[in-house]
Design a protein around this ligand. Structure first.
Ligand SMILES: [Zn+2]
Length: 217
């Protein structure tokens, strides 16, 4: 009985693996090679680990078929496109992300999300911020410490989209959620959350399987 369970488990993994491979094969090479490079200032070890977890989630999202599909098919006001899109089509925005050419710092297309993060703390409602003329992104400890890694992934990606030159209004209005930083930040969060809970479920399943095999011994 245990052996039968084990084989069905193995088959499930094989099916999952085959599906992932076929989906990944349709992606551009830049999605598969996309990397994240981070410099951290003011983070303790546990906080660093959270950033690294967020980065792993971002990499999983970029190499996913869903991310490409969602960006390419984004609609605003009944037409394909983003609000505050810097004059770019969905296809161009997707490729700009993969190229990773920041406006300040490492400006060549190095296929890498280059991040320079500094943790600070204040009592404002700001989760994180940056300015067009600087490389650094400031992350508010007040939110960061309470965030799950997928929420950190959203914030980092949102701020990094500013580093690529995308903007949005300061004022919260109906269109702002459709801007490139907000819309793609939320997309990264949602897809990250799916990966995050999947990873946690897998961990729980592994523990259960271990317990099962211990019981049968
Ligand atoms: Zn912003």
């Amino acid at each position: 009985m245990v052996l039968k369970n084990f084989f069905s488990f193995l088959i499930t993994i094989l099916i999952f693996y085959t599906n992932s491979v076929s989906a990944i094969s349709e992606l551009p090479i830049e999605a598969k090679n996309f990397d994240v490079n981070v410099k951290l200032t003011g983070f303790n070890q546990a906080q660093k680990e959270k950033v690294y977890q967020a980065i792993e989630l971002i990499k999983k999202v970029i190499v996913s078929h869903e991310f490409r599909e969602k960006v390419l098919n984004k609609e605003f006001m009944g037409k394909k496109g983003f609000f505050d899109n810097a004059g770019l089509s969905n296809e161009e925005i997707y490729h700009k992300i993969l190229q990773g050419a920041e406006e300040k710092g490492i400006t060549e297309a190095n296929n890498t999300m280059d991040l320079d993060l500094k943790l600070y703390q204040d009592d404002s409602k700001t989760i994180g911020y940056t300015y067009p003329h600087i490389v650094r992104i400031y992350v508010n400890k007040k939110y960061f410490d309470n965030f799950e890694p997928y929420q950190v992934a959203d914030n980092l990606f949102h701020e990094w989209l500013h580093k690529l030159g995308f903007k949005h209004s300061v004022k919260k209005d109906d269109n702002r959620v459709h801007s490139v930083p907000y819309s793609i930040g939320y997309l990264v969060r949602d897809l990250s959350q799916a990966h995050y809970s999947l990873t946690n479920k897998t961990a729980v399943n592994t523990i259960m399987l271990e317990q099962e095999s211990q019981q049968s011994n």
